[in-house]
Design a protein around this ligand. Structure first.
Ligand code: DAH
Length: 377
């Protein structure tokens, strides 16, 4: 039997004639090349692509459907043969589509249906501690080993604790060292001594003028020196990590918010030698056992004498903290007898410690939330 076939040259001729006479803009394509193109694309189609393929070839406006529609315009003598060939093509493509869809269509043909178990796995993205947190923990571990307790204090603080209790009266030029962010206060707020509002009763020992009750974002962690001494009897050994704020322009070494760790030791008979020994041990533990330290005189209103401590770092001296013997006025102001007790205090910038240890050259990276930076720690 002479079956019509898409390989039949007469079919192509008939089809070409019909496309030409119907004024088709497409250049006519033989049923055979249409078939080759369709089957080729079907092999590579997967997922959504499979449905797109069906629309393109078998859909209402699909290429094969259009060929079938054009049968009526084929010359009468060729019509039967051409129609049979076109129908055969449609049936073949439909069957091929069903088979491909049944196979899942998920894996493009030609890919091996095996899993290579020797491929290394993909690492899940794990969270990790922020470099600031890690540094605080390292500092806390160093002082913890020397018997210091870790406590925290309020970031929103009274003028009194931030300045006055630390021997910085409100007209003292030393306030210029701490550019301050002030908090707007509701009218009628009486500050730390105000019992009627349910606030904690705190005695303002030095000055009860309204200036003392203004509220600010603490500019350093030192206010906790006074708060701890007011509520704890010596011997005291604490460190206070926490966030601080300053009203200043930012650059590579200045941020408007950052962290400090404050330290305070108060007991009978504490001397400057204890301060040096403690801070030297800290430097060894946090910066390495070969570290040398240098103490130089410095001025902070709440210590006497005051020093800055530097460590040797790549051939240079780098200042890492301020420290000193707690000023007798600060002891007395917080209710600790300066005739009986002495103490030392220190304060350091956490980001600065981290920058030294890891060679970070811009403090703004710490709060920049850039994973390229954070994932290095
Ligand atoms: N609070 C000081 C600052 O922010 C640092 C400091 C210096 C703290 C000397 C101290 C100290 O406890 O004794 O710059």
């Amino acid at each position: 039997m002479n079956r019509s076939s898409i390989h039949d040259p007469a079919c192509l001729a008939a089809y070409n004639r019909s496309m030409a006479s119907s004024g088709g803009t497409r250049s006519p394509e033989s049923l055979e090349s249409l078939r080759a193109r369709a089957l080729g694309e079907l092999k590579a189609a997967a997922g959504d692509g499979l449905e797109a393929w069906r629309t393109e070839y078998l859909g209402r406006r699909g290429s094969v459907t259009q060929v079938l529609r054009s049968i009526s315009s084929v010359a009468v003598q060729d019509r039967a043969r051409f129609g049979a060939a076109a129908n055969a093509l449609r049936n073949e493509l439909e069957a091929a589509f069903e088979a491909r869809a049944a196979a899942g269509g998920s894996r493009p043909a030609g890919l091996p249906d095996r899993i290579d178990v020797t491929l290394p796995g993909r690492r899940p993205l794990k969270g990790r501690l922020h470099p600031t947190t890690r540094t605080i923990r390292d500092i806390a571990a160093a002082f913890g080993a020397m018997g210091f307790q870790v406590i925290e204090g309020p970031e929103v603080e009274y003028d009194y604790y931030n300045f006055s209790a630390l021997n910085i009266p409100h007209d003292h030029p030393a306030r210029d060292m701490w550019d301050t962010l002030w908090i707007d206060q509701p009218a009628g707020h009486d500050g730390p001594g105000d019992r009627s509002k349910g606030g904690q009763q705190v005695l303002l020992r030095t000055d009860t003028s309204s200036v003392q009750t203004r509220i600010l974002l603490r500019t350093h962690t030192s206010p906790m020196q006074a708060r701890v001494m007011e509520t704890t009897r010596p011997p005291i050994r604490v460190i206070v990590p926490g966030r601080c704020y300053r009203y200043e322009a930012t650059d590579a070494t200045h941020e408007w918010h950052f962290h400090q760790v404050e330290g305070l030791a108060v007991a009978e008979g504490i001397t400057f030698a204890d301060l040096k020994g403690t801070l030297y041990e800290f430097a060894r533990r946090v910066f390495g056992v070969d570290r040398k330290v240098r103490f130089r005189c410095d001025y902070f209103p709440f210590v006497e004498p005051g020093v800055d401590m530097a460590i040797d770092w790549k051939g240079q001296w780098l200042e890492v903290m301020g420290a000193g013997m707690v000023h007798p006025k600060v002891l007395a102001g917080a209710g600790v007898d300066p005739e009986k007790y002495t103490g030392f205090a220190f304060g350091m910038g956490v980001e600065r410690v981290a920058m030294l240890r890891h060679g970070i050259d811009d403090i703004r990276l710490f709060a920049g939330n850039d994973l390229r930076f954070l994932s290095q720690f």
